[in-house]
Design a protein around this ligand. Structure first.
Ligand code: TYM
Length: 328
């Protein structure tokens, strides 16, 4: 059975890009594949400075993952810090990737540029090594992610290849699985930048927990352009193309054919907003039920951690044996 793994950071609330680019595919894949999904709290430490925040975000994110449809009986949902082999293999991965390779990561360049005046942790730089550990620990075949993670999966493959060459065949070679529509949802106020938790303003981000009025307002105010033609053209018409792509991802059409159904921007904005509201309403109901029972969430995460540990322990041992670390 195909082993699938993907993870999300517990930083800020989940947005439409996370959902259409990744989470929705996790839910679709969970019954056909052996699925592991991690809440990667250690990754979020790269930018965490306040006490108590990460734990709370972790539980809220767990509630959201179950609310969007992950079934704790089908998928293994776990918290990264509960499986110590992530940090342990992470170090080995740091020793298997080069400074030059890490320096070429566009996400590090973007994030460190945005934090120019702030503390830039060494963890922000070595982050892809920990992500490689997340993936390789589970003998992962497929990693369902949004487009922005493609480079991180590529470097994971390079690391796996190098380790296998140095120490013998140990890791399974993973591949990225990126959806056709929704792989790169753009900010509604700045459609040349991806929708991101680290955006400066909330008005371009649609959160899964936004109420219907807020969602409709954000779509209504989405930045478009001054001519009036509805056409799918990412380079020339990024705002309109983003709306078409969101509508396509939600309703199942293609952005090109949807474009032929509109002659004005207003109805397109309205339909995209309405489609998103309709999609989010049941998710929000389930979320509010789940978040009210934190003990149950902790129990489900405990069960996930146990299953995750069993796999991670075996792979970690295989890796340390391949290297020849002493086994006692
Ligand atoms: P994170 O937490 O930023 O995002 C979680 C998932 O959401 C996708 N995504 C998007 N997809 C489409 N449009 C967008 N605007 C958009 N924004 C985010 C991301 O591609 C991702 O799939 N480094 C990862 C977390 C991670 C991971 C892993 C992922 C750590 N270890 C192992 C896969 C496998 C991250 O920061 O994702």
């Amino acid at each position: 059975m195909t082993r699938v793994l993907s993870c999300i950071q517990p930083t800020g609330d989940v947005h439409l890009g996370n959902y259409l680019g990744a989470l929705r595919n996790w839910v679709i894949g969970q019954h056909e594949c052996d699925a592991f999904h991690g809440i990667v709290d250690l990754h979020s430490l790269t930018i965490t400075t306040e006490p108590k925040v990460v734990g709370d975000n972790t539980l809220r994110l767990a509630a959201m993952l179950f609310a969007v449809g992950l079934d704790p009986d089908a998928a293994t949902v776990f918290v990264q810090s509960q499986v110590p082999q992530h940090a342990q293999l992470g170090w080995i991965m740091e020793c298997t990737v080069s400074f030059g390779e890490l320096s070429r990561m566009t996400q590090f360049k973007d994030k460190s540029a945005r934090r120019e005046a702030e503390f830039i942790s060494a963890g922000l730089f070595t982050y892809p090594a920990l992500q490689a550990a997340d993936i390789l620990l589970y003998d992962t075949d497929e990693v369902p992610v949004g487009e922005d993670q493609r480079q991180h999966i590529e470097i994971t493959r390079d690391i796996a290849e190098r380790f296998n060459f140095r120490f013998g065949d140990t890791f399974v070679m993973p591949k990225a699985v990126i959806p056709r529509a929704g792989a790169r949802v753009m900010d509604l106020q700045d459609p040349t930048s991806k929708m991101s938790k680290s955006a400066t303003a909330d008005s371009g981000l649609v959160y899964l927990l936004d109420d219907p009025a807020a969602v409709l307002k954000k779509f209504k105010r989405a930045v478009t352009d001054s001519d009036n033609e509805v056409r799918f053209d990412r380079a020339e018409k990024p705002g309109i193309s983003n709306l078409l792509e969101i509508l396509a991802a939600v309703t199942g059409g293609t952005p090109e054919t949807l474009a032929t159904q509109y002659t004005q921007y207003g109805p397109l904005k309205n339909d995209a907003g309405e489609a998103v509201v309709e999609m989010l309403t049941p998710i929000q109901h389930r979320y509010h039920e789940l978040i009210a029972d934190r003990a149950e969430l902790a129990r489900l995460l405990g069960k996930g951690a146990e299953k995750a540990r069993a796999v991670a322990e075996a792979t970690y041992r295989r890796a340390t044996e391949a290297i020849g670390l002493i086994q006692i």
